[in-house]
Ligand binder design. Structure first.
Ligand SMILES: [Zn+2]
Length: 415
């Protein structure tokens, strides 16, 4: 470890400059020793003093603060390789959940336009043996690996939430997860995206641009739903790479994928055309065999826990939500996860799960049985009918503001 190596701003950190203002050992060490060690910036002091905590401050997410970004003068490889990328770039208090952040902001169209065109990182179409919809993975007997997946869907006309309570819990308990993020969500939560990207617990994957039913799209519109999130991710990866703090964790940075390689269909609905389009774009289509059912407000934490414990088996892929629309997920996971761990299950990312065994692949997408996601094909029709019905009621002075029967019959909460 280099001398006073946790100092980000002063580049050389040689005595006497390293003593002030950010590297003070404060009052926790007796006076004379403080003075001597601070002046000399003795290496052992680094681990004992308050220097560490104070020095995290300049490493906060600098891109959210242009003035700070311009102020960063840290040279590369300043001897802090032992610090994680996340520690180097974010203060602990910036990582934790914020009150109200899980609530979607309705009628906010700030991010409705897709990511501008940019050349994508080179890729190859999915291998033949991995084409199709991956539901789970068959493992060797005795292997008890499972993958928790959390969707962060965001449609046009809103900014979806970020349920930091879930992410905080997973970090506390060291539980890996794969996060399927919408392209819109990536751009509307850029700081959170960088935080998640920098965390080795999490794998980030594509959940389409604006959560449309890809069974109903074709041509350019279908292509855009798949490619726009790739552009958004790659743009954020590129801009993050230019942050000074990244230079202090070069090994970990180089392990962060430059592109997303997994895809989840909105509503879990696909057809052959959209499935081929996803695989041709170099993405594996990931479904699930265990559903938390959490998009329904009526699904209690107890019910989510019970369902996860009932259905999970070695090689399972579990789906839940962390965009504010997994209504009781934040309470359920702290109940379910310790019980799964107690049964001997180990949480891995979806990519790790696939690498560990043989994926179970089917030719179509569904929730629990083939055809059960086809009902989402009626979503657009039901919406138009619902709108017309409510407008008609409004003209007649009888609008109730409630969803019509047509809407309720076809549009139930789904992935
Ligand atoms: Zn979704």
């Amino acid at each position: 470890m280099s001398r006073c190596s946790k100092r980000p701003i002063q580049s050389t950190c040689r005595a006497p400059t390293c003593a002030a203002p950010t590297c003070k050992p404060a009052s926790i060490v007796p006076g004379l020793l403080v003075f001597i060690l601070a002046v000399m910036c003795w290496p052992a002091l680094v681990g004992l003093s308050a220097c560490y905590a104070q020095d995290l401050t300049p490493y906060r997410d600098v891109a959210s603060d242009p003035q700070d970004r311009q102020g960063q003068t840290l040279p590369p490889h300043s001897g802090r390789q032992s610090m994680s990328l996340q520690q180097a770039c974010f203060r602990p208090q910036d990582l934790t959940a914020r009150s109200g952040e899980n609530q979607p902001q309705k009628h906010n169209r700030t991010f409705d336009k897709t990511e501008p065109g940019r050349e994508l990182v080179a890729f190859s179409p999915a291998l033949d043996r991995l084409r199709g919809a991956i539901r789970r993975v068959n493992l060797k007997p005795g292997q008890k690996l499972i993958a928790l997946t959390l969707d962060l869907c965001e449609q046009n006309g809103e900014i979806a939430g970020y349920d930091g309570r879930i992410i905080d819990y997973l970090r506390r308990e060291n539980v890996k997860a794969t996060l399927f993020v919408g392209g819109k969500w990536l751009r509307s939560h850029e700081v959170r995206t960088r935080q998640l990207m920098s965390d080795p617990l999490f794998e980030i994957a594509n959940h389409s641009a604006a959560h449309r039913n890809l069974r109903l799209l074709s041509g350019k519109r279908l292509h855009e739903e798949i490619a726009a999130p790739q552009r958004a991710y790659e743009a954020i990866h590129e801009s993050f790479s230019q942050h000074q703090c990244v230079r202090n964790a070069p090994a970990q940075w180089s392990s962060i994928p430059k592109r997303m390689s997994l895809f989840r269909f909105p509503f879990g609905a696909c057809n052959k055309v959209s499935l081929d389009a996803v695989n041709d774009a170099g993405l594996l289509a990931i479904q699930w065999d265990v559903s938390a059912g959490d998009p329904s407000p009526n699904q209690s934490a107890t019910a989510i826990t019970r369902e996860i414990l009932r259905a999970t088996k070695p090689g399972s892929i579990i789906i839940a939500h962390a965009n504010g629309r997994g209504f009781h997920t934040a309470e359920a996971l702290p109940q379910a996860i310790p019980k799964l761990k107690a049964k001997g299950y180990k949480f891995v990312t979806v990519s790790e799960l696939i690498a560990a065994g043989t994926p179970e692949i089917v030719a179509t997408c569904y929730n629990s049985k083939p055809g059960d996601t086809d009902r989402y094909d009626n979503l657009a029709t039901a919406f138009r009918k619902d709108l017309a019905s409510r407008r008609g009621n409004a003209k007649g002075g009888a609008s109730t503001g409630k969803k019509s029967k047509a809407w309720n019959a076809t549009v139930k909460p789904g992935p």
